[in-house]
Design a protein around this ligand. Structure first.
Ligand code: HEM
Length: 173
């Protein structure tokens, strides 16, 4: 006796025909295309441009002075002998910025005292560096706070040495 379920089964050709309707074929092609889009090998993204190499330099107050951000130049400032490249903070230190007075200068005293007064900047660029010896604990603490912030945010690009010192011989003119 024949199985009743067998008697209802469509012949294989008819079954294939019922699956391969135009709409199913379109859906299948779409599916295959989506899978292809997902899995196709990606063209390698262009490598990001490497940042300019940082060269550690020796500056004197005189050679630091031109780095004030004018005419598109970088902006540097020194804090306790370390020269920071604050160019990314051009809005702060560049020409017309609120802290432009520190650009190209030893900013240590001004930052420690929270003052933009001109007397905070070493006037004689040939003089020994400001040793900050007369500052109190609070001012030194404030200064170290700024140094910490700068260290996190900016690159150190050199050291500041006084004109006439042995190290100043390494300073570029
Ligand atoms: C009226 C007083 C002041 C106001 C309203 C003020 C406002 C500000 C503001 C809004 C910022 C930006 C903070 C950020 O986005 O990171 C800033 C940063 C700064 N301020 Fe002031 N400030 C004042 C006084 C001073 C003083 C007295 C000094 C030091 C002499 C000073 C030195 C700085 C420095 C060095 C920065 C950091 C910029 C950087 O991240 O490179 N500010 N100030």
């Amino acid at each position: 006796m024949a199985d009743s379920s067998d008697s209802h089964a469509a012949p294989p050709a008819a079954e294939a025909q019922s699956v391969m309707t135009p709409i199913n074929m379109i859906l299948l092609s779409l599916f295959v295309f989506l899978v292809y889009l997902r899995l196709r090998p990606k063209t390698p993204a262009a490598l990001p441009k490497a940042p300019a190499p940082v060269v550690f330099r020796t500056f004197t107050p005189k050679t630091l002075l031109p780095f004030n951000g004018e005419e598109g130049k970088p902006v540097y400032l020194a804090v306790r002998g370390r020269v920071f490249d604050v160019t990314p903070g051009r809005n702060f230190y560049g020409p017309g910025g609120p802290y432009a007075n520190f650009a190209g200068r030893d900013a240590s005293r001004g930052l420690a005292c929270g003052s933009f007064d001109r007397s905070m900047l070493t006037e004689d660029l040939d003089a020994p560096l400001d040793k900050l010896e007369d500052l109190g604990d609070e001012e030194m603490e404030a200064l170290m706070g700024w140094e910490e912030r700068f260290s996190e945010k900016y690159l150190v690009v050199g050291k500041l040495v006084p004109v006439g010192s042995d190290e100043a011989k390494n300073a570029e003119p």
